[in-house]
Design a protein around this ligand. Sequence first.
Ligand SMILES: [Zn+2]
Length: 143
Amino acid sequence: MRTDRIVWHEDVVNTQHGDSVTFLIFTRDMAQRFGTGPLPALDRVRSTVAAFINHGRWLAQCPSCPSSAYVSLDVPLFWCVECGQVDNPGYWYEVVLPAARAAIESVLLKRPLVRNVASHRNWVPEETLQMLRNENLRQGIEV
Ligand SMILES: [Zn+2]
């Protein structure tokens, strides 16, 4: 997995399946496999889920079950392939990204890898940019 950036769905799926497998094709196929399809039309969006960063990955968590998935930068929508999002059936969730996304990524990318894993690159919406900078400073990492 790439560690020179905070990775998105496209970084992972394009690496594994090639550019022709878009977020929608990948999600459709996964939902079919799990029996949670077909996917709603793209204009059927209701409610939101907040994106977060876990081990250098942009993820969103299903509000209805423990499943999470990579966030797509191309199509910032969420469909839980595992449960079909039982609390929002027939609709996508809109994925909410932070306004300070680039700055958050920049601070986290200064944190070193641990055995080639970005295990210290984490962020949740409750954390401010200043909190992330302070964590870096406490660890002797530039901000
Ligand atoms: Zn779910």
